[in-house]
Write a protein of this length. Structure first.
Ligand code: UD1
Length: 382
C-alpha cells in the first residue's frame, strides 16, 4: 500500500482535492492522507467548503492562517515538514497555485519525496501575480504533472520537462462541478435564504466575484470598477459574494456606500448589487448556473462557466487558462470599462459567445490521475 499526502489550504483547493479523494477512497493500492494547511480559516472560506464537498475531515490541520507571503509560506513549510516526518509518504500531491501549493511542494522535494502537481503547466506570463510565481516554482520541482489543457502540456515541454512525466488528464475542478450538479436535483441543494434570493430575482441577473490583488488592492482601480458595476446594477441585479480581502479593501477605501443594496434587503432584489458573505459551493453554484453573465477574476470560475456554457467576462488582462477563451465562453475584459459595458449589453440582448466543452473535461480526470499515480509509484519506488 502506497501512502499519498494530499494538500489543501485555500478555498479553490478543496474543490480540486474532493474528487481525487473520492477516486482514492477504498483503492486497494493507495492510502490518502489529507492535510489542511489552514491558509483559509474563516468558516465560510474553509469549513463550509469541506462539509459541502462531502470530503473527510483532514487528518492534519496546520492552522497556519494569514500573513505576508513569506510568513504564510514559511509557516506552512514548518508545519508540513513535521507531518511528512511523521508519515513518511511515498508521494505528496498538490493542486493549483496557492501559497500552500509551493510550500508543501518545497518541503516534499527537500525530503526526497515524489511530488505530483495537479493543474500543472498553466502560465499567465504575468509575474506580478503571486500565483504565477507559485506555478513556475512548483512545476520546476514536480516529478509527475497533470495538465488540464493542451497549452499546459506545451508550456511544460517548452520548459524542458520530459514528455513521459506529463499527463493530460482533463480537470478535477470539472469532475467536482459535475458531481455537485448531479446532487443538485433535489430541492434542498441550496440553503433557504439562497433559494428565496433566487426566487426574488427576475429572469436576468449577473453574478460577480472579485478578490485578486490587481483588482482590489489599488484604490483607483477598485473605485472605477465598483462605480461601473454600480451603474450596470441599476439595470440588472448583480449578486456579489464578497471575499474577506475585498470587503476589507472596500472599507479601507471608503467604498462601502457605493453599493445600491445590501444583504439586509435581499428579498426585494429586483436590481442593485446584492452583497453577501462568501457562499458555500452548492449555494453559489445554485445561483450562478442560471445567471446571464458571470463577472469574475477567479481562475476556477472561468473554467466552470465554460463547462456549463455560461457567459463569463473576466476582469483581468490575461488568463493562464487560454482554452476558456479559445473554445469556451470566456472573454477577457481587463480594466477596460467601455468593453465591460459593451459586452454586458450584448449578453443581456442575447448575443452570447457560444463555446464548447474542452477536451477531457468529462468528469473523469481524477480516475485518470489515480491510474497514473499507481503506475508511477510502482515503477519509481524509493
Ligand atoms: C488565495 C490565493 C488565490 C486564490 C484565493 C481564493 C495565494 C497567493 N492566493 O488568495 O490564488 O484565488 O486564495 O480565495 O495563495 N482572509 C480572511 N479569512 C480567511 C482567509 C483570508 O479573512 O479565511 C483574509 C485575510 O485578511 C488575509 C486575506 O484575506 O490576509 C488574504 O488571504 P490569503 O490566503 O493570503 O490570499 P487570498 O487573497 O485569499
Amino acid at each position: 500500500m502506497k501512502k499519498v499526502i494530499l494538500v489543501a489550504g485555500a478555498r479553490p483547493n478543496f474543490m480540486k482535492i474532493a474528487p481525487i479523494l473520492r477516486a482514492m477512497k477504498n483503492h486497494p493500492d493507495l492510502r490518502a492522507i489529507l492535510v489542511h494547511t489552514g491558509q483559509h480559516y474563516d468558516d465560510n472560506m474553509s469549513e463550509a467548503f469541506f462539509a459541502g464537498l462531502g470530503i473527510k475531515k483532514p487528518d492534519y490541520q496546520l492552522s497556519i492562517g494569514s500573513g505576508t507571503h513569506a510568513v504564510q509560506t514559511a509557516n506552512i513549510m514548518i508545519g508540513f515538514e513535521e507531518v511528512c516526518r511523521i508519515e513518511m509518504p511515498d508521494m505528496v500531491l498538490v493542486v493549483g497555485d496557492v501559497n500552500s501549493t509551493i510550500a508543501a511542494g518545497l518541503v516534499a522535494k527537500k525530503l526526497h519525496i515524489k511530488l505530483a502537481h495537479v493543474e500543472a503547466g498553466l502560465r499567465s506570463r504575468d509575474r506580478q501575480m503571486p500565483e504565477e510565481i507559485n506555478r513556475l516554482a512548483t512545476d520546476a520541482i514536480t516529478d509527475i504533472f497533470f495538465t488540464t489543457e493542451v497549452g499546459g502540456t506545451q508550456n511544460l515541454l517548452a520548459e524542458g520537462h520530459s514528455e513521459d512525466s506529463i499527463h493530460f488528464v482533463g480537470h478535477v475542478m470539472i469532475d467536482n462541478l459535475f458531481y455537485q450538479l448531479g446532487k443538485m436535483g433535489d430541492e434542498d441543494a441550496a440553503s433557504p435564504s439562497v433559494r428565496s434570493l433566487k426566487e426574488s430575482l427576475l429572469e436576468k441577473y449577473l453574478c460577480m466575484t472579485l478578490h485578486r490583488p490587481s483588482n482590489v488592492d489599488d484604490k483607483k482601480i477598485l473605485t472605477e470598477l465598483i462605480k461601473t458595476i454600480n451603474t450596470i446594477a441599476s439595470e440588472v441585479p448583480i449578486i456579489f459574494p464578497c471575499h474577506p480581502r475585498t470587503l476589507r479593501r472596500l472599507h479601507d477605501f471608503g467604498l462601502d456606500d457605493l453599493f445600491i443594496m445590501k444583504e439586509s434587503v435581499l428579498p426585494e432584489a429586483s436590481k442593485g448589487i446584492i452583497i453577501t458573505e462568501p457562499l458555500n459551493y452548492d449555494d453559489f453554484l445554485y445561483l450562478w448556473k442560471d445567471c446571464t453573465i458571470m463577472l469574475t477574476d477567479s481562475g476556477g470560475l472561468q473554467e466552470e462557466t465554460t463547462a456549463l456554457g455560461v457567459s463569463c467576462l473576466t476582469l483581468r488582462d490575461n488568463t493562464e487558462r487560454p482554452i476558456t477563451v479559445e473554445v469556451g465562453t470566456n472573454i477577457l475584459i481587463g480594466h477596460d470599462m467601455d468593453k465591460l459595458r459593451l459586452e454586458i449589453k450584448k449578453a443581456l440582448n442575447g448575443e452570447k459567445k457560444n463555446g464548447r466543452i474542452p477536451d477531457l473535461w468529462d468528469g473523469n480526470a481524477s480516475e485518470r490521475i489515480v491510474h497514473h499515480i499507481c503506475r508511477y509509484l510502482k515503477e519509481n519506488s524509493n
